[in-house]
Design a protein around this ligand. Structure first.
Ligand SMILES: Nc1ncnc2c1ncn2[C@@H]1O[C@H](COP(=O)(O)OP(=O)(O)OP(=O)(O)O)[C@@H](O)[C@H]1O
Ligand SMILES: [Mg+2]
Length: 405
């Protein structure tokens, strides 16, 4: 992977000098002449590192750095400040606004190369572990609580394991009060909390293997921590590192997300191939979905990355589907009907309805949905030894096709 470096300086010659040095090293660079342009560029394609000149008209390098730190999906990129000033106060100010390093101007090319290399060390690890196959990542999300996010995420992860007879991962990122492990009746032997004290660079796949809980059907669960204090210590860098480590090793990652846009949530949403945006047929929920959609569009997520899922988590009269679709200007992809007793008892029993032994309409729906949200190329081929779920899904699809012809 080629690291991408954003260089910001109001002097074009300086831009040219820095980008030439870095491109010779094999980095990809982009440049901006002022803070505003830099932010626009970075928001569009977040760089792996930014180099900022301090003295610029309008927005100076300090202000720009501060803005970068306040922008959720940019807050963690390494920043080097280029300063013509060599006094201590200015250097302290650079650190105060969140810069990682600084260089005095005019810089010595070898020094620039060395500093950049140190700050991009974490990317090397990623390049090493990259194989052709990466996992298919599905994020289940809603800005409003109680609409069935955890229920869908849990059933989907368990369903994918069973459908493809492989281990899929359920990552509970509802860090403060996540219930995924409980929903699968797994005791909280290990959780995200065990990762709080381990620096990212010391984390490896083996460690995660030990920390993830194991459901008898193969589903692995990275459970939410036991305490809110531990939850606060899980940073987006940590979440990113964990996703990276699992990415080439497991076919599916399912994220059970909290109802907010904290940075760990955005990290997962960014990484996801598909976002299932859940809503129930009531006004507040539709409004929350509308807000989420506008954030997704600000984050430049392609429209097809998001599937709207309407979940009838209550029984009484709800808003009609057509009204919701026109309010949100987006089609609903899937409707989940109200199933009062089964789901609730399944939750208290720690058994997701997709793993019911007996055929129920809900189990059938969840099986079909696990297939529906499977990775496209995997869906195209019949497995050599298809699982029972796979056979049932295929049989139902055949019947539906027959009916409609
Ligand atoms: N289709 C449905 N029919 C009936 N009840 C449902 C349905 N979907 C979800 N529920 C119930 O709604 C409740 C909330 O579900 P769940 O915990 O999955 O939602 P959540 O969005 O993760 O909520 P939280 O805010 O607690 O994270 C549960 O008791 C669940 O059994
Ligand atoms: Mg939940």
């Amino acid at each position: 992977m080629t690291a991408h470096i954003l260089i910001v300086d109001d002097n074009e010659l300086n831009l040219k000098l820095a980008s030439t040095v870095l491109e010779k090293e094999g980095y990809q660079t982009s440049t901006a002449l002022n803070g505003k342009e830099a932010l626009a560029r970075a928001n569009k394609t977040p760089p792996d590192l930014a180099i900022l000149d301090v003295m610029m008209p309008d927005m100076d390098g300090y202000q720009l750095c501060k803005k970068i730190r306040e922008t959720p999906n940019l807050s963690n990129i390494p920043v080097i400040m280029l300063t013509a000033l060599s006094n201590v106060d200015d250097r302290l100010k650079a650190f105060e606004v969140g810069a990682d390093d600084f260089l005095s101007k005019p810089f010595v090319p070898a020094e620039l190369r060395a500093r950049v290399k140190v700050l991009l060390r974490h990317l090397d690890a990623r390049t090493e572990s990259t194989t052709d196959r990466t996992s298919h990542k599905i994020a289940v999300f809603s800005l409003r609580g109680g609409v069935g996010v955890s229920t869908l995420a849990t059933n989907l992860a368990a369903g994918l394991s069973q459908l493809w007879e492989d281990e899929s991962i359920l990552m509970d990122l509802a860090l403060v009060n996540g219930q995924s492990a409980l929903m699968l009746d797994l005791s909280l032997r290990n959780t995200w909390g065990d990762l709080t004290k381990i620096p990212e660079e010391e984390m490896d796949a083996e460690l995660l293997e030990q920390i993830m809980l194991r459901h008898p059907n193969g589903t692995r669960v990275l459970a939410a921590p036991r305490s809110a204090i531990e939850a606060d210590q899980i940073t987006d860098t940590k979440v990113n590192r964990v996703i990276e480590l699992l990415d080439t090793r497991y076919p599916y990652l399912v994220f059970d997300l909290p109802h907010d846009f904290r940075s760990t949530t955005i990290t997962a949403l960014d990484a996801a191939d598909k976002i299932l945006l859940l809503l129930s047929p009531e006004m507040a929920s539709v409004r929350a979905a509308g807000m989420a959609l506008s954030v997704f569009s600000e984050l430049d997520y392609p429209k097809e990355k998001i599937d709207l899922v309407l979940n009838w988590n209550f029984q009484s009269q709800g808003l009609p589907r057509g009204e919701i679709e026109s309010a949100l200007k987006k089609e609903i992809s899937i409707v989940i009907p109200h199933v009062p007793d089964t789901i609730v008892s399944a939750i208290t029993m720690g058994k997701p309805p997709i793993l019911d032994e007996i055929e129920t309409p809900l189990r059938a729906l969840l099986e079909d949905l696990s297939f529906h949200w499977s990775e496209a190329s995997q869906k195209k081929k019949r497995p050599e030894n298809p699982s029972e779920i796979w056979q049932r899904v295929a049989e139902r699809a055949r019947k539906r096709a027959k009916k409609s012809s």
